[in-house]
Ligand binder design. Sequence first.
Ligand SMILES: Nc1ncnc2c1ncn2[C@@H]1O[C@H](COP(=O)(O)OP(=O)(O)OP(=O)(O)O)[C@@H](O)[C@H]1O
Ligand SMILES: [Mg+2]
Length: 249
Amino acid sequence: MSTIVTVHSFRGGTGKSNTTANIAALMAAQGKRVGVVDTDIQSPGIHILFGLAGDQIQVSLNDYLWHGRPIKESAVEVTPAGASGAVFLVPASTKPGEITRALREGYDAKRLTQGFRDLIDSLDLDVLLIDTHPGLNEETLLSLIIAHLVLVVMRPDKQDYEGTGIAIKVARGLNVPNLLLVVNKSPQILDPQALKHRVQEIYDCEVAAVLPHSDDMMNLASGGIFAINFPDHPVTNQYQKIAGRIASL
Ligand SMILES: Nc1ncnc2c1ncn2[C@@H]1O[C@H](COP(=O)(O)OP(=O)(O)OP(=O)(O)O)[C@@H](O)[C@H]1O
Ligand SMILES: [Mg+2]
């Protein structure tokens, strides 16, 4: 059976897209067939991490949702070199007209969840990772409902603490079967173990990993998949932990 993982945060910029892309690459390195869907229709971006510019996107999730094309036609293979598995990305359109149309018109909600299932079947996926827009919107709620696991990514920041509480409440209200927290951009001066225990206590929820704030990540500046560029880095070790946790579900 394939596993659907939704990566979410209430606030923006917590590291969802990087977490999603890195987990995808690491799971593909372990031989898994991984799908990644960019449901951040309002402000898509994960394609950049896989080396695709917006104007290189030929077919997108928007073509499936609004133009009736089979979803598999929008999947681009972005498997990292040397991986024994595979990564397929369904990007969202970066065309301004497509983005405003999405916001204006909405779509048949069932179509998105059907699309996830079609993609899993047609590409024979082991794992489907769903990257989301921050906050709560229709795509996010649908992506939470269908998930076997929701990863909530947060920074140790007061605004994130409150936002994470809201995201967790919604996920629990939707009876998501597995919920894990990822604490990202932890300042080097904080003790990761102490932070992990504190966050676990606040939300009564397992913390899968605490990732340090990294200048190497800032320097890479979304110019690629971090784990491939820095295979032995402490941040990559934490991404590995998350990938291992997903594999153990
Ligand atoms: N551990 C880290 N240390 C330093 N910078 C990081 C770290 N994780 C992510 N970043 C940087 O933070 C920025 C936001 O990351 P990312 O795009 O993954 O977040 P996001 O949650 O997907 O954002 P959005 O809500 O806009 O979709 C990027 O510039 C990324 O390089
Ligand atoms: Mg993002």
